[in-house]
Design a protein around this ligand. Structure first.
Ligand SMILES: N[C@@H](CCC(=O)N[C@@H](CS)C(=O)NCC(=O)O)C(=O)O
Length: 200
C-alpha cells in the first residue's frame, strides 16, 4: 500500500497526479503547510527535509518498504512500478526525461520562487516577482514551441507531461497566448487520472 503525504501545491499535485494516473492503490494524507504540519516531528520521520510531497510504499522493491521524497522521484517510482509513462523507445525515453528534469527543476523551481517571494520572503520586491514570472512564462513558451505538431512533450504521453501539468494548471495567467500549450492543457485536463490527482 502506498501512502502519499501532500498538500495542494504543484509539487504535491505532481505526486498525486502520478499516483492517480499509475492506477496503483494509494491513500492520501494531507499535510497542512499553513499550519506548519510539515515540520512536526512525526512528519520529519517521513521526510527529514520537512517538505511535501513524500510517500511510503509497504511493498517497495524486493517486497521491502520504501520511503521517498521529491515529486520527480515519486513520479519516476510510480511510472516504473506501473510500467507506464516511461517510453519504450530509448530515444523517446531520453527526450521524456529531459522534459521531466526541466519540469521538476527549472519550471517547478521558478514557480516555487514566485510563491516564496509573494508569500514567505521577509521582503516583497515586485521587480523580483516580475523577473521570475517572466522566467516562468519563457519556460511555458519553450514548451508551447515543443508542442507544435505534437500531442505530448515526447510525442507520446509520458512522465514529462504529468510533471509539467500541475504548474501550467496553477499558473494559467502566465501561459496565456500559447495555443499549443493551451490545447495540451485541455488534453491533460480531460484525463480521468489527472482529474483525480488534481482534486487530491
Ligand atoms: N523539489 C521538491 C520541492 C518540494 C517543496 O518545495 N515543497 C514545498 C511545497 S511545494 C514545501 O513543502 N514547503 C514547505 C517548507 O519548505 O517548509 C519536490 O519536487 O518535491
Amino acid at each position: 500500500m502506498i501512502d502519499l503525504y501532500m498538500w495542494g501545491t504543484s509539487n504535491g499535485l505532481r505526486a498525486s497526479v502520478a499516483l492517480a494516473e499509475s492506477g496503483l492503490e494509494h491513500k492520501i494524507h494531507k499535510v497542512d503547510l499553513s499550519k506548519g504540519e510539515q515540520k512536526k516531528p512525526e512528519y520529519l520521520k517521513i521526510n527529514p527535509a520537512g517538505q511535501i510531497p513524500a510517500m511510503t510504499d509497504s511493498d517497495g522493491p524486493g517486497g521491502k518498504p520504501i520511503t521517498l521524497a521529491q515529486s520527480g522521484a515519486i513520479l519516476l517510482y510510480a511510472a516504473e512500478k506501473c510500467g507506464k509513462f516511461l517510453p519504450q523507445d530509448a530515444a523517446t525515453r531520453a527526450v521524456a526525461l529531459q522534459w521531466l528534469m526541466q519540469a521538476c527543476s527549472d519550471v517547478a523551481g521558478t514557480s516555487g520562487t514566485i510563491f516564496a517571494l509573494e508569500n514567505v520572503a521577509p521582503e516583497m520586491s515586485p521587480a523580483d516577482v516580475d523577473f521570475f514570472k517572466a522566467r516562468l512564462a519563457n519556460f511555458f513558451r519553450i514548451a508551447d514551441a515543443r508542442l507544435a505538431g505534437r500531442d505530448f512533450l515526447a510525442g507520446e504521453i509520458s512522465l514529462a507531461d504529468l510533471a509539467l501539468y500541475p504548474v501550467v494548471a496553477q499558473r494559467k495567467a502566465l501561459a496565456e497566448g500559447l495555443p499549443n500549450l493551451a490545447a495540451w492543457r485541455e488534453r491533460m485536463a480531460a484525463r480521468p487520472g489527472v482529474q483525480k490527482g488534481m482534486s487530491a
